[in-house]
Write a protein that binds this ligand. Sequence first.
Ligand SMILES: Cc1cc2nc3c(=O)[nH]c(=O)nc-3n(C[C@H](O)[C@H](O)[C@H](O)COP(=O)(O)O)c2cc1C
Length: 174
Amino acid sequence: MSDVQHAETPDILERQAEFRQLMGLFTTGVCVVSVAAGDDSIAAMTVNSFVSVSLDPMLVCWNLQNASSQFDIYAGAERFAVSILARNQAELAQRYASRGDHGMRNDDFARSAGGLPVIAGSLGFLECRRWSDYVAGDHTLIFGEVTGLSNQADPGEAGSPLGFFNGEFCGIGA
Ligand SMILES: Cc1cc2nc3c(=O)[nH]c(=O)nc-3n(C[C@H](O)[C@H](O)[C@H](O)COP(=O)(O)O)c2cc1C
């Protein structure tokens, strides 16, 4: 039996739902990945698959669904930014989690020193140069080498982060 036929059985669908629900209990922060999409336009997507990978060289990774309507924009971008969202940015996170052009609002963005669009008022952001990618099932891991970064807050005074738990935005920590 092929994988495709197997994946269509009710048993597998049930197990996938269970897997999804269980992974939803793994609390994460929330980021927005943004790219300059040409002629001054911006593409931005809310993600929670962001992870720090390596210190030397400085590498990060996020996971893009192959079915994304904007797959080519993100997978093809030579440079991208990752902004770490603050607790008060749930509405913004929801906006950039909708399908298509995500109701882009230019006033959500500032420009990084390297010229990338980043989320204004986020806890901090990284500027990345595409390093490699790896197709993993129905997603593609996108690795970036960190070329610039900004902590918006002074050390020890980082603001409160936005979290995602069990399918809902939440606060994390005190
Ligand atoms: C909290 C949260 C985290 C998400 N994380 C990811 C992610 O890591 N990778 C991804 O491809 N989509 C992620 N999404 C979905 C995208 O934000 C967006 O909804 C999806 O790409 C649909 O739009 P598109 O088809 O136009 O890309 C996440 C959504 C939410 C609400």
